[in-house]
Design a protein around this ligand. Structure first.
Ligand code: C2E
Ligand code: CA
Ligand code: CA
Length: 842
């Protein structure tokens, strides 16, 4: 609403301003046209001329009186359609007989040659009238003569008695001038009247005398120029008291000419000596040259009146009805600068007075222009104000828009930022700051799409669970971050791409080409990934295991991941820090492995599994010492050597461990019930079972359940149990010792075997693995086995030798003083049913 109002307001202001400008222009044009018209009026003749007239001017065109006269005459002539020609006698400058005669000759010549005869003669001032009178008959026979500007009334009257002459006499306005003088100079003590004895001068004095009667109280003094030579005149003027006022009558011409100076030189002369005294004037000469001014004869009107008479004569061809007249029209003419200089009261001067030497009144000069100028200016100012207001408004709007734009840009930026953030969060893993699995897959698909061969690695941090459990989760995070950093470093030269695959697994892509099985890249990777790490002052021997697969156009992303996964599985088998390339047969293994895992899963849930028992005999006597319980799948011909590692990897081993315990103890109970004297049974314990905290409790419960004495149970562990969680392992040993169950160190001589383990493992028995028997119980190498036997015995432990298949092996081992023998030579693992018979039978 407010906006609409301001819009209406500014629109109406603009329209008004527009109208104002238009109006101003129109007025300007109208004034201009009318000025052209006015200025051309005097020279344009309309209609046919009523006559051809000769105008004889007594003086010259530069003389001020001549100018006024010509102005009035020209305008009137053109209005009356009278053609005229001017001839100047120039009697002011050349008041000589010669000039006079030359003028006569000039006219005479002109008349003699001219085609267009004059119909009348018009003359101004006394010399011209005198001339025409003298040569009337010769030069202008029968032509009517109109005169004007004649000072001498008597002369004028006399001339007009002739039938050919009429005109006007010049009246002077002494009375009016005196009136103004008195008003402007109320304290004037004396009025000095300058006069002369010329025809004009005498006429003036007559009039002045009449005017004096109106002011009888004033003190008058007459200064007749004809009585003074210039030096005396100057003296006289100088001595005029300051409270006096001068009135200058007469035309001044006769005195000036008599003394050989010009009219204006005389005016200068008078003013220079009567310096501070106001000099009023009744004739035009002197006003504008130092005199104050006064009411003078109006030469313009006088000329106009003369032309009117002339017109009547030309139209009627009769002079008789046109009498001599006295021109009564006067004009107040004042010198503005003199008035100001003498500080004379301007109010005493009538409104219609004409001023000379007046600084041009701006309004007078530009009257025509002022109104339109003001109109246009005001309109323009209005426009400017509206424009400025609009500009300010638009500026304000602009600034608001700018702020809004800025905000919008910021909002946009924020949106983009948050989008970027969201994208980042969506695409990246918060912990390691690597791309996450989903984004990683996208990238790998891009890489695949490019067609460049590449290698895809799956990486698993070795024993990661250990860092998490043994130390803290913070440590686990620290390790993960470190691997994130190491992989990021690897991606810096754009040779690799890395992402977190999940948990402690990472995915790494060598983007430029396949990696050879033992290529330099493998070494570099190992070096980078197996670098030990410092955490809270502890050095962590971190390593990572990698499996990788090379790209193949026929393989999908999933195929590649599977292949790398298979390779990693193989690498895990090789041990920490291994990097293994995928091979075609690995896949078959994997398939089988998966199949086996399914079977394990089935048997775990259905309580499958079967236990075979392999006898252990005393070396030498061959009597049964005990049995080793060896687990079997119930319905599949897959041996534990294959499925136990799979069960370990997949976590089923803990379940299997308990199932075996349960079955073995239940079986012992059965055997006992069958009357078989119970022998010691060794049960295998896998590293994977260490996570089963309650294992020992479970074992104890089962033993109690079947009231099996702990001396009849032996747990077989492997030395690798110490390599990981030592504390857990020690705990296990203690727990087992607590319930009275003994330990045997299985598989001695394989893997990381170190004799030093023997010193701190609380085992009572060591089992030498079949591989040792196969490799060392041959000619020349027996001492190695012999030394082990001695060492074990020295440590107060017993020794079982596994995998004895032949008699010579048995004999040799007996000779070496081994304690127990286990092997096919005596029996393969047998079903529980066969055990009582075997026990008795041997
Ligand atoms: P192990 O603990 O070393 O078990 C001995 C393995 O050697 C048994 O194989 C046994 O049948 C085999 N063996 C014994 N004497 C001979 C011989 O003269 N010649 C040959 N060729 N082999 C002989 P089995 O039963 O296949 O068990 C393989 C492995 O599976 C075991 O090795 C053990 O590590 C694991 N295992 C078996 N049963 C269990 C179990 O109940 N629990 C756990 N955790 N592991 C088990
Ligand atoms: Ca064993
Ligand atoms: Ca073994």
């Amino acid at each position: 609403m407010k906006r609409r109002k301001s819009y209406i307001f500014s629109s109406s202001v603009m329209i008004t301003a527009g109208i104002g400008i238009l109006l101003g222009i129109v007025i300007l044009v109208v004034n201009f046209v009318s000025r052209i018209k006015t200025s051309s009026e005097g020279t344009v003749y309309t209609g046919a001329s009523i006559g051809n007239v000769l105008y004889i001017n007594s003086y010259d065109p530069g003389y001020i009186v001549s100018k006024f006269q010509l102005k009035g005459l020209d305008e009137a002539m053109s209005k009356s359609n009278i053609l005229y020609e001017v001839m100047y006698m120039d009697m002011l400058n050349y008041d000589t007989r010669e000039n006079y005669d030359n003028f006569y000759k000039s006219i005479k010549y002109k008349i003699s040659v001219q085609k267009n005869k004059f119909d009348a003669v018009i003359v101004s001032d006394d010399p011209a009238l005198g001339f025409v009178e003298q040569y009337h008959e010769e030069l202008f026979p029968g032509l009517p003569v109109v005169f004007f500007g004649i000072n001498n009334l008597d002369y004028a009257r006399k001339v007009s008695e002739s039938p050919f002459y009429t005109g006007s006499a010049e009246e002077i306005f002494v009375e009016d001038t005196l009136e103004i003088l008195v008003e402007q100079n109320p304290k004037a003590g004396r009025i000095v009247c300058i006069c002369d004895d010329s025809v004009t001068g005498l006429g003036d004095i007559k009039q002045f005398a009449r005017a004096m009667e109106k002011y009888p109280n004033l003190d008058y003094e007459f200064l007749n120029l004809n009585r003074f030579s210039p030096p005396f005149l100057s003296k006289y003027l100088t001595e005029i008291p300051l409270n006096s006022v001068i009135v200058c009558l007469s035309s001044l011409q006769s005195y000036a000419h008599f003394n050989g100076i010009g009219d204006f030189e005389l005016v200068d002369f008078i003013t220079s000596y009567a310096k501070k005294i106001p000099i009023y004037r009744t004739h035009i000469i002197g006003i504008g040259a130092g005199f104050v001014g006064g009411k003078i004869f109006n030469h313009v009107v006088s000329a106009e009146n003369a032309v009117k008479k002339l017109r009547d004569i030309l139209l009627s061809h009769n002079l008789e009805n046109i009498p001599l007249t006295y021109d009564k029209q006067g004009m107040f003419l004042f010198d503005y600068s003199v008035l100001k200089k003498l500080k004379l009261n301007l109010n005493a001067i009538p409104d219609d007075a004409v001023f000379v030497n007046r600084p041009e009144n701006f309004f007078d000069v530009y009257r025509d222009v002022i109104l339109p100028f003001v109109l246009i200016s005001v309109s323009l100012v209005m426009l400017l104000i509206v424009a400025a207001a609009n500009y300010t408004k638009s500026k304000r709007i602009n600034s608001v828009m700018m702020i809004m734009n800025k905000r919008m840009r910021q909002t946009n930026k924020d949106l983009i930022d948050s989008k970027t953030k969201l994208t980042y969060v969506a695409n990246n893993d918060g912990l390691t700051e690597l791309p996450n699995r989903v984004f990683g897959e996208q990238e790998i698909r891009h890489i695949m799409h490019s067609g460049v061969p590449f290698s895809l690695f799956l990486m698993d941090i070795d024993d990661f669970k250990n860092y998490n459990d043994t130390y803290t989760h913070a440590c686990g995070d620290f390790v993960l971050k470190e691997y994130g950093r190491r992989l990021s470093k690897l991606t810096q030269n754009n040779e690799y791409f890395a992402a977190r695959y999940g948990g402690d697994e990472f995915i790494l892509v060598h983007k430029c080409g396949h990696i050879e099985k033992n290529g330099k890249e493998i070494e570099e990777l190992k070096k980078l990934l197996d670098e030990p790490l410092e955490y809270n002052g502890i050095t962590l021997d971190i390593t990572a295991t990698l499996g990788y697969a090379n790209s193949d156009p026929d393989l999908s992303y999933d195929d590649l991941i599977t292949n790398a996964d298979i390779a990693m599985y193989e690498a895990k088998k090789e041990g920490n820090g291994a990097i293994v390339a995928f091979m075609a047969d690995m896949k078959e293994n994997m398939v089988r492995r998966n199949k086996i895992m399914e079977i394990i899963k089935d048997e775990c849930s259905s309580g499958g599994f079967e236990i075979r028992y392999q006898p252990q005999v005393f070396a030498g006597s061959g009597e049964v010492y005990g049995y080793e319980a060896l687990v079997r799948l119930q319905n599949h011909p897959i041996g534990p050597g294959e499925f136990i590692p799979i069960a370990e990897d997949s976590g089923f081993i803990t379940q299997i461990g308990r199932i075996v315990v349960e079955k073995v103890l239940a079986q012992m109970d059965v055997w006992r019930k069958e009357g078989m004297p119970l022998k010691k049974v060794a049960i295998n314990y896998s590293n994977g079972q260490l996570v089963d905290d309650e294992y020992v409790k479970f074992l104890k419960r089962e033993m109690d359940k079947y009231t099996i004495p702990p001396e009849l149970i032996e747990i077989e562990i492997t030395e690798s149990l110490f390599m990981g969680k030592k504390e857990r392992a020690s705990q296990l040993f203690n727990d087992l010792a607590d319930i009275g169950v003994s330990l045997a160190l299985d598989d001695f001589g394989t893997g990381y075997s170190s004799l030093s383990y023997l010193t701190f493992v609380p085992a009572k028995k060591v089992k030498i693995d079949k591989t040792l028997v196969d490799n060392y119980l041959v000619d020349g190498k027996e001492t190695f086995i012999e030394n082990i036997v001695h060492l074990v015995h020295d440590l107060g432990m017993k020794l079982t030798v596994e995998g004895v298949e032949h008699k010579w092996q048995y004999d040799k081992l007996c000779a070496m003083n081994c304690d127990y023998i286990q092997g096919y030579f005596f029996s393969k693992p047998m079903t529980a049913d066969s055990v009582p018979q075997f026990s008795v039978g041997v």
